[in-house]
Write a protein that binds this ligand. Structure first.
Ligand code: ADP
Length: 306
């Protein structure tokens, strides 16, 4: 039972301020926090905290932030053999949050842009046994992610793609995806359908299945998540929590879902577990810090499912 996560590692710099500065203006900030993040790292941590072996393919620079990010991989027990090292800065996100919770984000891809599928050993994906899952996102160069998907698919991996950040995808890429996991915004960018409720989520998912994806999970924030394949349709309502910061809810969801599938659970069980993981992630600040552990996820499922 193995999940390979191919994607980004970022250093998040979060500044809390009363109001955003206008162009040319300087304002005083209130607080500053630094967090490890990046969709790839968040999702790999989510797999590892669900007690499934996580293996990460990604790229780090050689700046001080690379030391901090590598330490997260080590402390979470994530296999880092395929973390590529390049000269320069790691991926960095500069996040400004005003007193109303509105944010502005600048992401500098840094080392993530240097991810190179050719650096993987030729037999890399053949060396895994048991249930094998590849989980990807789109914060790394899409051409490289496509190559990684092709190689993994030819070695019998199940392919999960979280199409974030949102962008249009070719039919060729979509046809290689076993389970696509977009949120509402990403569903709209991919299909042109405004996803506001279950019915529109269903239409968007069916449109994506029409374009070659095997199954789609539309995550719907505090509504829950909808899984649709040609054979099955499953809705899981959201778990009740007191959210304080929704950062990385989708990442917690994707990693937890992949981990449960890797354990051999069916789609309905994995969906329920992943929704509980997403809900718990909203109850803590930050990205990696907010990713829940299996014990807490199972406790939430146990307390709200009869
Ligand atoms: P993203 O973080 O990518 O925008 P979502 O907001 O859809 O993704 O969240 C992913 C999942 O996390 C949802 O499907 C849901 O199960 C859970 N979740 C997110 N926000 C909440 C919330 N406020 N209350 C309960 N569950 C939530």
């Amino acid at each position: 039972m193995n999940v390979v996560v191919a994607g980004s590692l970022n250093f998040d710099l979060v500044v809390h301020l009363n109001r955003m500065p206008n162009p040319g203006e300087t304002v005083a900030g209130e607080e500053i926090h630094t967090y490890p993040g990046g969709k790839g790292l968040n999702q790999a941590v989510s797999v590892a905290r669900s007690n499934v072996r996580a293996n990460m393919i990604g790229a780090l620079g050689d700046d001080p932030n690379s030391v901090a990010l590598f330490a997260v991989l080590k402390s979470e027990g994530i296999n880092s053999d395929q973390i590529q090292r390049v000269a320069g800065a790691c991926g960095t996100a500069i996040i400004e949050v005003d007193k109303n919770g509105q944010n502005r984000i600048v992401v500098i891809p840094g080392a993530n842009d240097a991810l190179n599928s050719r650096a993987l050993p030729k037999t890399y994906f053949q060396d895994f046994s048991g249930k094998k899952i590849l989980l990807c996102q789109l914060e790394s160069p899409v051409a490289q992610i496509i190559k990684v998907i092709e190689i993994a698919k030819s070695s019998g991996f199940l392919i999960l793609l979280n199409p974030a950040p949102a962008m249009d995808l070719t039919r060729e890429l979509l046809s290689m995806i076993d389970i696509l996991i977009p949120n509402q915004h990403e569903s709209e960018i991919l299909t042109g359908i405004k996803v506001l409720n279950l019915e529109s989520a269903r239409l968007a998912a069916l449109k994506l299945i029409g374009r070659g994806v095997q199954a789609v999970i539309v995550t719907l924030g505090d509504v829950g998540a909808l899984y649709i394949s040609k054979e099955e349709e499953i809705f899981q309502s959201a778990f009740t929590v007191d959210p304080i910061d929704t950062t990385a809810a989708g990442d917690a969801f994707c990693g937890a879902f992949a981990a449960e599938l890797a354990r051999g659970k069916n789609s309905a069980d994995a969906l329920q577990y992943a929704c509980a993981a997403g809900a718990l992630a909203t109850t803590k600040k930050g990205a990696v810090q907010s990713i829940p552990r299996e014990i807490d996820i199972r406790a939430l499922v146990g307390s709200q499912v009869s």
